[in-house]
Design a protein around this ligand. Sequence first.
Ligand code: A3P
Length: 296
Amino acid sequence: MPVKKLPDDNGTTLTVVDLDGYYLPILYELKDQEEEIRSLPNWKVRTDDVMICTYPKSGTHWLWEIVKMLVQKKAERIQTVKETAMLEMIAQEACDKIPSPRVLNSHVYFEYLPKDFVKGKCKIVYAMRNPKDVAVSFFHHHSNIIKYDFSGKWGDYVTRFLKGNVDYGSWFEYTRKWEKVMADNPDYPILATTFEDMKEDALREVTRIAKFLEVDCDQAFLQEVTDLCHFDKMKKEKNALEEQVDGWKDGKPGMYRKGDVGDWKNWFTVAHSEHFNSVYREKMKGSKVQPRFTLC
Ligand code: A3P
């Protein structure tokens, strides 16, 4: 796939690969990345697969850890990282070797996912996070991971993010596409949650997810899973594992950064916020999606 250096308004670039105009991260470790991604819609699925779908930086690691514990019915730290089950990051052969029940995850659009997920009615957990916090989190992600070769400034990044000049494209497009998938397929088993709902009451959301996945368990187990997946615990216990993937600058993994709702207020100036809000209104016109930018 052609490597593309996406410039911001100041000419600073972010390095991605270009799949017919859809940007993806470069995955040096994946031989034949293009072939694998193009074949993704035809990958074999299993009826007990659970699929986690998110735009990047929406709490995917958190959700994956929760769902893994729930389906394994064990409140025990997962000794691997979610990237080992991330469809666009692994080869089909590696995916086929993951033992059932598989908890897969991906940031790609629904149309790139294996078509048989729909036929097999595999359960999907979809999570959204408010785009201002996503932008801040993604800025740190891009700044700290070597392969992006990115050293842009935050002010320019706001415009870059709004234009979708990042891997996986625009938050707006991703979110609107999922809104349509859910509206068009009311019978399809998709559970929607948000980062903010999980921060507001993690036990409530873990309980909803367990019910959706038909996990037969008691309240004590749900509480244990919730506690083990608390940000502080995950940061302490999973950071070392994350070090092995993604190639972080200075060897410092940054996947578990702040884990808050509303950190954007420390980054957005009034002008950034007003610009963001006006683009948001235009891009999300007619949408029923209502992200929560703060928790009261
Ligand atoms: P911040 O950069 O705002 O801290 P993803 O897993 O989709 O890449 O999302 C990463 C974001 O989720 C980061 O946000 C990270 O800190 C946050 N996160 C990861 N685990 C979390 C947890 N257990 N609780 C709350 N936030 C978590």
